[in-house]
Design a protein around this ligand. Structure first.
Ligand code: NDP
Ligand code: HSE
Length: 433
């Protein structure tokens, strides 16, 4: 006789784990109608059994012994929401070894060890889904794998880190300093006590590596992603950007030209008219351009208990549906295209430059000559007095240049007597090209 419930082991009972318990309990009837089976949480792994939990009705399920879940033959699916690499990786591999399906929200693990985990899943005929790992509640991975399966994606631009978007939004809207807003974000619980992974762009880089792998069907690695965070973005950069018609965002960019790919995360100026410029606060968005479909954009909460848990439980529904159809482990398409990475001469972009120069005759001409020597022309220029010591600030937006040409301009500028400081250089994206 067909089972009425599928048994689930939950690894982790923090923010996301609590949301998973709530959604499974509140939506049980709907889930059953969609899959024909109930989802029954049989054990919940935690680190500290003494901690008081938000949901007391499942107190009896809590354990600190992972083997009670991993070695229980009745448990068919595990949800890993512990986070980090160890012991999450070992638990997932053991679960797969024992033929259990896996749902995880762990971007760190999937960005670093996704290929190993997916290979093991394929070998064992198991499902592994990780929708919640990128952009929390936005079903972007499913969109890339299923919704765009008939198209060829050329570009993805993502605001995929809520903490940094909150900081940049506050800096833009209130003219606040980076350090002050970071403190506020920590006090509100958006930024971690150690916010390095968020503010230095590593969290976004992991998510972009996952998006690029699925979107371009190429095995991207974390080290293929160029990363620069927001810790050096100043309120002046943001104010000048606004004056020139842009917002500054920590933008993940994955672009394919012919077969050559670039993936990066860096502070980027986005025209105010572009929909990504209006993505504010902790919200996330991913813009996807496909050869056939053209422009699309996905917007929503990138984190939080219930939004993230929704993605986890939707993955569970897919596991249960696959089980009913007898197709677990057969739906995954491994990256099948060769990885060809662009060199810096192939990475094309406009640039925003802010430099402090001597305020005297001919200086602007020397700067524009240097740019012209590298085939870079200017789209917009502002010159402002900088201080009372005879210096001025030049703020420019260039036309499209290669990264290699811009890098060599920066090296020359640093050596020019008339340039006392290159304050900032950021990519400009999202305009006409
Ligand atoms: P939390 O820190 O809130 O919860 C982690 C849970 O795992 C806790 O219950 C903790 O136990 C348990 N745990 C930690 N280490 C171990 C261990 N070694 N053995 C057993 N249990 C352990 O994390 P989140 O819920 O915020 O995040 C979980 C995952 O979801 C991460 O991969 C994260 O990146 C991802 N994610 C989170 C989002 C969010 O909004 N929070 C958004 C998108 C993804 P105890 O309770 O006893 O301390
Ligand atoms: N630290 C992440 C963020 C949480 O700020 O977006 C969601 O992955």
């Amino acid at each position: 006789m067909e089972k009425q419930n599928i048994k689930l082991g939950l690894l982790g009972f923090g923010t996301v784990g609590t949301g998973v318990v709530r959604i499974i309990s509140a939506h049980q009837e709907d889930l059953q109608k969609q899959t024909g089976l109930g989802i029954e949480i049989t054990k919940i792994l935690v680190q500290n059994a003494e901690k008081s939990r938000h949901i007391s009705s499942v107190d009896s399920l809590v354990t600190t012994d992972a083997n009670e879940i991993l070695q229980d033959p009745e448990i068919e699916v595990i949800v890993e929401v512990i986070g980090g690499i160890h012991p999450a990786k070992e638990y997932i591999l053991e679960a797969l070894e024992r033929g259990k399906h896996v749902v995880t929200a762990n971007k760190d693990l999937m960005a670093l060890h996704g290929a190993e985990i997916l290979n093991k899943a394929q070998e064992k005929g198991c499902d592994v889904f990780y929708e919640a790992s990128v952009a929390g509640g936005i079903p972007i991975l499913r969109a890339l794998v299923e919704g765009f399966s008939s198209d060829r994606i050329t570009k993805m631009m993502g605001i995929v880190n809520g903490t940094t978007n909150y900081i940049l939004t506050k800096m833009s809207q209130e003219g606040a300093e980076y350090a002050d807003v970071l403190k506020e974000a920590q006090a509100l619980g958006y930024a971690e006590a150690n916010p390095t992974s968020d503010v230095e762009g590593f969290d976004a880089a992991r998510k972009m590596a996952i998006l690029a792998t699925l979107g371009f069907r190429v095995p991207m690695k974390l080290e293929d992603v160029d990363v620069k965070g927001i810790s050096e973005v100043s309120k002046e950069d943001i104010a000048y950007g606004k004056q020139l018609g842009y917002e500054v965002k920590l933008l993940g960019l994955a672009r394919r030209d012919e077969e050559a790919i670039e993936v990066s995360v860096q502070p980027t100026l986005v025209p105010k008219s572009h929909p990504l410029a209006s993505v504010n606060g902790v919200f996330n968005a991913v813009y996807v351009h496909g050869e056939a479909v053209g422009e699309t954009m996905f917007y929503g909460p990138g984190a939080g208990e219930l939004p993230t848990a929704t993605a986890v439980v939707s993955d569970l529904v897919t596991v249960v549906k696959n089980r009913k159809l007898g197709v677990n482990g057969r739906g995954m398409v491994a990256p099948y295209k060769e990885k060809v990475l662009k060199d810096n001469s192939q990475k094309l972009s406009k640039y925003f430059l802010r430099i402090v120069v001597a305020d005297k005759r001919g200086v602007l001409a020397q700067i524009t000559q240097l740019l012209a020597d590298k085939n870079i022309s200017l789209e917009q220029v502002i010159q402002q007095p900088y201080n009372n010591e005879g210096e001025a600030e030049i703020i420019m937006v260039t036309h499209i240049s290669s990264k290699s040409d811009m890098d060599s301009v920066l090296v020359f500028m640093e050596q020019m007597d008339i340039v006392s400081k290159v304050k900032s250089c950021y990519r400009v994206e999202g305009g006409d090209k």
